[in-house]
Design a protein around this ligand. Structure first.
Ligand SMILES: [Zn+2]
Length: 263
């Protein structure tokens, strides 16, 4: 069984730069290489972060150019709310900024996992794979009929985020920081998930956001943002140990994409 750790590095809250470096040392200590989805504005404003991620041997991929939903751009539309031309420009620009800094990003993940199926074709014109699909059972989820394992959709390989079998809770920190690693591990044992397991976390998971004015709903703040902080190192250490003890092999999205090309 394989697992891919993906970390979204987006509009930086104060201190989230430090959070990214903490993730790098956490992954280093566990001997894991992962995939970092990074926004264009992070590359432009903090190229050193990207440099350090690459130096540590991780894969870098695009998380769009700008990332709505953060305090200073809360009202910006998400990719799925753009028309076709605007979406193409956003996707193209996010590829281009990597080139400007001498990198080739092979993958794309839409901010907030909000993408339209018809935009996947545009992603395929610029990238080898997409990782914007979370196939859950939540009301209004538009991805229900899409595959739960890496599969070709039109011209692009989709590497969807995994979710638990039966209940389809996505395997990302917004859902598990509050219940903690013990519950995540129990649910993984009881319900299982797909192979490879594709998990997603955020650069600010290890940063205390409590005293920052966040524009999100009370529920989202209580459930997720107020749970972010350095104490979550325990969460990740427990989860990584559980996966390593089970002999699960850690890969990057790019490696899975290469495997599937050869198959
Ligand atoms: Zn994001």
């Amino acid at each position: 069984m394989d697992a891919i750790i993906t970390i979204d590095v987006e509009r930086l809250y104060p201190g989230a730069e430090k959070g990214t470096y903490q993730f790098l040392s956490l992954l280093h200590n566990s001997g894991i290489k992962g995939t970092f989805f990074i926004t264009g504005d992070v590359i432009s404003n903090c190229p050193e972060i990207v440099n350090q991620i690459v130096k540590a041997g991780h894969e870098i991929a695009s998380h769009g150019f700008s990332h709505p939903g953060h305090p200073d751009n809360f009202q910006l539309p998400y990719l799925m709310d753009l028309d076709l031309d605007e979406a193409r420009e956003e996707i193209r620009r996010s590829k281009q900024v990597f080139r400007q800094y001498g990198y080739n990003a092979r993958g794309f993940r839409a901010p907030g996992f909000r993408i339209k199926k018809e935009f996947l074709n545009i992603v395929g014109q610029y990238f080898e794979y997409d990782s914007s699909i979370v196939n859950s059972f939540f009301p209004g989820d538009k991805y229900k009929r899409l595959p739960r394992v890496p599969s070709k959709i039109g011209n692009v390989l989709e590497i969807p985020v995994s979710n638990l079998n039966l209940c389809r809770i996505p395997l990302g920190t917004p859902y598990f920081l509050t219940p903690g690693p013990v519950w995540l591990i129990k649910l993984l044992k009881w319900l299982g998930t797909t192979n490879p397991i594709i998990l997603y976390f955020h650069c600010f998971d290890l940063v205390g956001l409590n005293n920052q004015a966040l524009p999100h709903s009370r529920f989202k703040k209580k459930w997720y943002f107020e749970k972010c902080g350095p104490e979550n190192i325990y969460f990740f250490e427990s989860l990584f140990s559980f996966l390593l003890e089970r002999g699960i092999r850690f890969r990057t999205c790019q490696e899975i994409s290469e495997d599937l090309k050869e198959a």
